[in-house]
Write a protein that binds this ligand. Structure first.
Ligand code: HEM
Length: 579
């Protein structure tokens, strides 16, 4: 072939590839959505092309914009997401159950999967289909009730450790107050010795709630997940600590809020070919590779331990990593069901992040509510003290059992109410896997052309938001006090009529179906043990009576902020008094 012909052929291939690269996303991103049957559904007018209706969502408390739209358009409607991408939103419980129980038809949306893989790699949160089934089967035993009972010892150790730290801070504060009183009284009263000074008031200290809860939950997941001691509770602020911990903190930070460039790259497929990596993402990519390297070392070390000690000795280890490795080497597990080393490695950032961020945020909101509602806090403490009058039971080696903690009804109500009113994840994103996908509804809807139907049709790739915050805050389901923190609603039979299809009855906070949260029992045990230990020992208030704790909706995971002090970032300033 002549040089000219080779050149022309090469040139032709380049043109074809370029047209394919340019047109495919154009057709998938812009043309196909215009032809989607979703366009026939009613819904709010977008703010503009780029923002769609997202500004409305962000400027309201989670779930509230959707509840407003429901009043106007009914339970099932379409709103525009970023870049005016259609998003189906349905409050119809038949539709929600159908979506979450058919994971092969309603798959994780592409942008959600890309976001998750950047933060945690291709672990259980990312996986679908057979890979998901294999991963889930390998991990289920680690999250059985029996295993969570064993793992709850780790939670007790860490909650008691935090109690000791706060107690010693209070001791220091008490010493400082009493020596001040001594000095004061020595100066003020020449008539008597310092010991006759007025009794010092009960000592209290100011602590940053989110910071301590984060340290606690990182330490818990490090040990329960991987038998790895971060010792974050003992570390001083700003201290250069564990390498894995540092990497996880960087990843958490990068997931807090996306830059405009990252958003464009996530939602416009063609933009993913841009030769830039936003700075925050760059840090997250490096951090993820640190996680994988350290994770690889943890796996190798554990395998060697098993080889040296034998499998029987290893059976005593209950952490997730030990379960995974045991399942992978067990001759009773067929080869086709085993995970690759790569799959096992992917679970390390997945579980460290999914297991700490969500629980820490839920706990922060629970403590914020208890700190601002003393009557609820007192009632909770009264229940705990009545059930376990002897404080000396709270020792490192003797504490109430998992079943005893779960039998406390008001504690259960407090935890469920916090998960209801402050779901860490406000919705999950799914997309139709095929053209002509049908979602059945329990009630008729009227399309834009006036026709009445009892189903929604979707094309492949059409987006669905499965609501969590909206359903959990809907007055039609929960009554007129839906936006109030009221643990009693879980005790007086009011919730028995609600039929939300979550893994925990009547809660969507952990989702449901095949992708429902695998760690929910562990998360609930962690929240209950933390509250039991600390509310029993301390009175917790907001640092100043005039403080108001609020949240913002423009981030994926919403943590507490102090009203009027947003520039200081997520905070929960507490005043803690020893009882
Ligand atoms: C209060 C705490 C928690 C909340 C609110 C929560 C919430 C959720 C939600 C809503 C999902 C569904 C995501 C989706 O369908 O796209 C999920 C899945 C998941 N969660 Fe949790 N979670 C919590 C704690 C935990 C803990 C402690 C762990 C692990 C130790 C964990 C590990 C996971 C994993 C691995 C998945 C993916 C499950 C799958 O797709 O099979 N979560 N979680």
């Amino acid at each position: 072939m002549s040089t000219v012909l080779t050149f022309l052929l090469f040139f032709f291939i380049i043109i074809i590839v370029t047209i394919h690269i340019l047109l495919r996303p154009l057709s998938q991103g812009f043309i196909r959505p215009l032809l989607s049957p979703l366009c026939t559904l009613p819904g709010p007018k977008p703010f503009n092309y780029i923002w769609g209706s997202v500004k409305d969502i962000q400027s309201n408390d989670p779930g509230m914009a959707h509840l407003k739209w429901i009043k106007e358009f009914g339970n099932t409607f379409v709103f525009k997401g970023l870049f005016s991408i259609n998003r189906l939103y349905t409050h119809d419980l038949r539709a929600v159950s159908h979506i979450i129980s058919n994971p092969d038809t309603f798959v994780k949306a592409e942008d959600y999967k890309i976001g998750v893989s950047k933060l945690t790699g291709k672990g259980l949160i990312w996986a679908e289909g057979d890979l998901h089934k294999r991963q889930r089967r390998a991990m289920n035993p680690a999250f059985s009730t029996q295993n969570v009972k064993h793992l709850s010892n780790v939670i007790w150790d860490k909650a008691l450790q935090l109690r000791e730290i706060w107690l010693s801070q209070l001791d220091e504060a008490r010493c400082a107050t009493s020596s001040d009183n001594d000095i004061d009284s020595g100066y003020e009263s020449a008539s008597g010795p310092a010991s006759k000074a007025a009794p010092s008031p009960p000592a209290s200290v100011n602590v940053e709630g989110i910071q301590w809860i984060t340290k606690f939950s990182f330490d818990v997941i490090g040990l329960a997940g991987f038998g790895h001691a971060f010792n974050f509770l003992q570390s001083a602020d700003g201290e250069e600590g564990d390498e894995l911990l540092g990497a996880l903190q960087t990843i958490s930070k990068s997931g807090e809020k996306m830059s405009f460039l990252s958003t464009i790259m996530l939602f416009i497929p063609i933009a993913r070919y841009l030769p830039f990596v936003p700075e925050r993402e760059h840090a997250a990519v490096n951090a993820l590779s640190t996680c994988r390297r350290v994770g690889g070392e943890l796996i190798a070390a554990r395998k060697q331990q098993i080889a040296e000690e034998g499998e029987d000795e290893d059976e005593k280890r209950k952490d997730l990593l030990s379960h995974l490795i045991r399942a992978n080497i067990s001759p009773s597990v067929p080869e086709s069901m085993k995970l690759t080393d790569e799959n096992v490695l992917d679970q390390i950032p997945t579980f460290l992040l999914a297991g700490h961020e969500t629980t820490a945020t839920s706990l922060s909101w629970t403590v914020a509510e208890l700190a601002s509602k003393p009557a609820i806090q007192d009632k909770l403490r009264a229940e705990i003290v009545a059930a376990f009058p002897d404080d000396s039971d709270l020792e490192f080696d003797s504490h109430p059992s998992y079943d005893e903690i779960n039998a406390l009804p008001y504690l259960d109500g407090v935890v469920k109410e916090a998960l209801r009113l402050y779901p860490t994840i406000q919705f999950v994103k799914r997309a139709a896997a095929h053209d002509n996908t049908v979602i059945p509804l329990s009630e008729d809807i009227t399309l834009r052309d006036g026709s009445v139907v009892r189903e929604v049709r979707l094309n492949k790739g059409d987006n669905i938001d499965v609501p969590i915050a909206g359903l959990q805050r809907d007055p039609k389901l929960w009554g007129e006090d839906a936006l109030e923190f009221n643990p009693e609603r879980w005790m007086d039979g009011r919730t028995s009529q609600i039929r939300l299809p979550g893994v925990v009855q009547n809660l969507m906070a952990f989702m449901g179906g095949a992708h429902g949260c695998i760690g929910y029992k562990f998360a609930i045990a962690e929240m209950k043990i933390f509250l039991f230990t600390l509310i029993r020992s301390f009175k917790v208030e907001l640092e100043r009576a005039d403080m108001e704790i609020v949240r913002s909706s423009d981030v994926f995971i919403t943590r507490p902020l102090v009203k009027g002090e947003f520039e200081k970032g997520n905070r929960l300033p507490l005043k803690v008094t020893a009882l």
